[in-house]
Design a binder for this molecule. Structure first.
Ligand code: SAH
Length: 349
């Protein structure tokens, strides 16, 4: 019989499991604390749980733990990039960043990705598998243990498409923000999607307070389709409408991400067209100079061009930030550390 993935259980479900084992509910509270606050890696560590119960738990459940395979630290800004091995040997990346408002972790939601965005390193080998809620939580927990510092913000912008792994992603958000557990405020959680419309609509109904970010990257359907195959299934008009409805339902402003790629989507004309699309929408645009990926020839526009793009949007009253590049010296874009690791395992130091 397959064992229960105990770290992916909601508090209520853990209580039910304990009741079914003939245990008192307060025992579930103890175990939940060990898992989500103390980040225990084994039942042995749970010192206030009896030997008999530990034995029962060992027989019925597994504790998911990620193994830290590699870590690189930026000399410029202290950003730490982690490569974690999952139980089955698949690899995922996570990034730890220190900001003035607290520490932020960028979490992966899938091993690989099947969305096929042309400029992205994570999608190049296709989708290997979805991560469980526990595997997403573990990226935060292991990093917290490794740095010895509390994580206050989480962005689901690592490898994978969170809305292509909907149930596990939702479970992750609820566990991560649980008052009895990790207690990371939903207002400090951001999830980025390439635009899976039905699941954006579904998410709007979940009554969450997280921020949704849409990877827009182009001001027209035609241009977006040339960069993002997902646009074939869910067109620009449709995805923007789903985002407006998300804002209306949740009261949470959408962040639109726009990776600037030299000569592709960074002209003044593109900026004006983008402004036309977004005007009056209660939104925020995050401009990201593209991270060059080995083997792909997308290049960053000059600083002048980036700031010109920003100025045009601002002239139209749009709220814009340019994403500060973190960890520039340690394998820039998502998916690159893993890619390099898999390719050159032997020569990697
Ligand atoms: N699947 C989610 C999360 C992807 S990663 C999504 O598509 O939104 C988070 C952001 O980084 C997305 O906006 C993604 O389009 C962007 N991104 C991917 N590769 C990039 C690169 N090489 N340079 C800049 N941004 C990139």
């Amino acid at each position: 019989m397959e064992k229960t993935d105990i770290k992916s259980l909601y508090y209520k479900e853990l209580e039910e499991l304990f009741l079914a084992m003939g245990e008192k509910p307060f025992r579930a509270r103890q175990a939940y604390r060990w898992l989500h606050i103390k980040h225990a890696v084994s039942f042995e560590q749970m010192t206030d749980i009896s030997k008999e119960l530990k034995e029962k738990l060992r027989n019925a459940c597994d504790i998911t733990v990620l193994r830290q395979e590699r870590v690189q630290q930026s000399k410029i800004d202290g950003t730490r990039k982690y490569l974690f091995a999952l139980g089955d040997g698949n690899m995922v990346e996570s990034v730890w960043m220190r900001y003035h408002h607290g520490n932020s972790v960028c979490v992966s939601s899938q091993a690989g990705c099947r969305m096929g965005c042309r400029f992205c390193a994570s999608t190049q080998g296709g989708l290997l598998r979805n991560l469980t809620a526990a595997e997403m939580l573990e990226q935060v927990y292991r990093i917290q243990e490794d740095t010895g510092e509390r994580v206050s913000h989480v962005v689901v912008m690592g490898m994978g498409e969170p809305l292509d792994n909907y149930e596990n992603f939702l479970r992750f958000v609820r566990l991560l923000s649980d008052e009895k557990g990790a207690r990371i405020s939903q207002r400090n959680i951001t999830a980025s999607t390439c635009g899976l419309v039905p699941n954006i609509r579904r998410l709007a109904e979940e009554r969450l307070q997280i921020t949704l970010a849409l990877s827009l990257h182009a001001p027209s359907q035609e241009k977006r389709l040339s960069l993002m195959p997902v646009a074939k299934k869910y067109g620009l008009t449709e995805v923007l409408e789903a985002c407006s409805d998300y804002f209306a339902k949740t009261g949470r402003r959408i962040t639109y991400e726009y990776s600037l790629m030299g000569g592709i989507n960074d002209s003044p004309q593109d900026a004006r067209q983008l402004a036309g699309l977004l005007k009056g929408r209660g939104c925020h645009v995050n401009l990201i100079p593209v991270n060059p990926v080995e083997g792909l020839d997308y290049t960053q526009p000059s600083l002048q061009r980036v700031s010109n793009f920003k100025n045009i949007l601002e002239k139209y009253g749009i709220n814009v930030t340019i994403r500060r590049e973190m960890g520039r010296d340690i394998d820039g874009a998502c998916g690159q550390l893993r890619k390099r690791y898999l390719k050159r395992k032997a020569e990697f130091v």
